[in-house]
Structure formats: structure tokens, C-alpha cells
Design a protein around this ligand. Sequence first.
Ligand code: ADP
Ligand code: MG
Length: 338
Amino acid sequence: MKRIQKLSDHLVNQIAAGEVVERPASALKEMLENSLDAGASKISVDLAQGGIKLIRVSDNGSGIAADDLTLALDRHATSKIACLDDLEQVATLGFRGEGLASVASVSRLTLVSRPQGEPHAHQIVAIDGTLHPVEPAAHPEGTSVEMVDLYFNTPARRKFLKSEATEYAHCAATFERIALAHPGVEMILRHNGKVVSRLPAQSLADRVGAILGRDFVDASLIIDSAAAGLSLRGLVASPTFSKASRDAQYFYVNGRFVRDKTAQHALRQAYRDVLHHERHPAYALFFTLDPAGVDVNVHPTKIEVRFRESQAIHQFLFHSVHKALAASAGNNATAATP
Ligand code: ADP
Ligand code: MG
């Protein structure tokens, strides 16, 4: 019989990375969320070969103290929560302390940072689980994370990567989902040296227009609804704009893009009378509620959430959108009557 042994930290990280860093786009998501959590007002992303060769995310956020650089790459090390109460009230995108550790275990990672107000930057390099000593570096205030050669040391996973074009498309989608929810943050995306997207700090409507198209904005109704601590803001397309696919469904809970059955069902129902059943409504909706009312710690990538009061939330979402659609249909009917 084989004896039981403890796995090395490096192997534990590599196993966990399978959940957190499924593909380049998931590494990009972790990095972008870190930049936002650091309060950045400007973020630039450089990708090479669909993100498989390189992902570099640079921000002008709070930065990381030189003494914390090593810890930042450690698993379960985070500055965002410290106790169970914090977890229940969590307002940051990250909190599990797994992002950088996971990315570092399956790529060659360089983390460079200069905290706000500090005269010097420092960097740390991690290759195949080995951390090199922290050393001085050149960098403006803020942080850059550079991930090179994703899965170079885990060939079995590397085989699951799709073509460069497909991986790039996933990265671009991740960039857009995050950009949509943070219109006040200037964001730039480059792929293989070319600028693909340059988004200035702008209003929500302009950001939605830049990402989903001006025609979407022009054909949309504004949702701005609040009740009993719940709020829903954003744009829903009028039924005539509906898409044949679910591509244009952006739903956020407390700033986080999620796929949620309750929300999808409520919104679908809201459109029931006005939309052919084979068509899909298009929307960019931002739902906020007390963090204690939603568990975001259901899935390692936090794509799913669990609502405590899902019945009440279903009703609120349904009514908010249904009311707006009915009012607009009513207006059109009135306008058509001589
Ligand atoms: P988490 O985001 O869950 O805390 P990560 O592994 O993604 O875990 O990051 C670990 C820590 O490193 C963060 O808690 C934060 O303190 C720091 N950090 C990571 N990226 C940045 C960044 N871009 N700017 C400032 N601090 C960062
Ligand atoms: Mg993180």
C-alpha cells in the first residue's frame, strides 16, 4: 500500500491553478481585478499570441510595498480580507489570495511595483515555483505584472489551449466585460504590438457604446431602479434589437460579471411578452445589493454567486425591467394613436 505524503507547495499551486487559470483570459481577469482593487485609474494590457506567450497588465494603482512582493505571490496571502466578517462584507473583486500564486506556478512571472509616494520600484521574478530575490527596478507609481509562456511547465494543460485566435477572443471578451463595469477607468488593450482598444475615462453610456456599439445604446431603455436595499442600473435593448445569441448579455453583481440563473430567468420573463422565444434580450445591467446578501465565494473564478433572498431578487429584477419595457411599449402605442 502506498504511504500518504504531503504535496509540495508548488504542486498544490499548480493543481489550484487548474481551477483559477483555465486559460490566458482567466489569468488576465485575475490581473485586471487586482489593478481595479488597487484603485487604478489607468490600466494597460499587452498580449502576445493570444495571451499564451505574454500577458502584461500595468496600472497606476496603490502599488505593493517591496517587503510584500514575496508574500503577494504566496498562496492564501491577501491584503483584502482578514477575518470571516470581512469575507461576508467583501467589496473587492479579489479576496482568496490565489490569483498571483496560481499564475506564478504555471508561467514565468515578473511582478514590478512602486507604491504611491515611494521614490523607488522593486521587482520579483518567479519561475517554475522558484522565487528570485526582490531587487530594485524601474517603474512609475503602480504595478505591472508580466506573465510569459503560460503552462510552459505543465504540458498536459498546455495541450488544452486553443488556437491563438480563440484564446485572444477570450482575452478580448474578458477585457470588455471588465471595461464595461468601470467606465471611469482609462483602459488600453494591445495585441501583438497593435492597439486594439483604447478607452478613455468616460460615462457609462459612452463606454457601453464603445463596447456594444452605438446602435445598442440608441435602441436601449435606461434602467434605474431601487427598492429595499437593491438597485439595478444600466441599459436594456428594446425588443427590436434582440440578438439571436446570448452574446450581448452583461449582468454584474456588485461590479462583478456573473452568470446567474435567477437573473437570466427574471430578465427572460420580463421580455416574455415582447420578444420572440427564440431571440435573446441584450442588456448591460449592474445589480447592487448589500454584500452580506450574496455569497461570491461559490466558484474559484467567482463567475457564479448565490443570493440569500433569491425569490425577492428575482421579483425585483423582473419588475425593474418589465416596467421599463411596458412603459416604452405604452409610449409607442400612444405615439401611434392620432
Ligand atoms: P487577492 O486578489 O485575492 O488578494 P492575488 O493573489 O490576486 O490575491 O494578489 C495578492 C495580493 O497582492 C493582493 O491582495 C494585493 O495586496 C497585491 N496585489 C496584487 N496585484 C496588485 C496590483 N496590481 N496593485 C496592488 N496590489 C496588488
Ligand atoms: Mg486577485
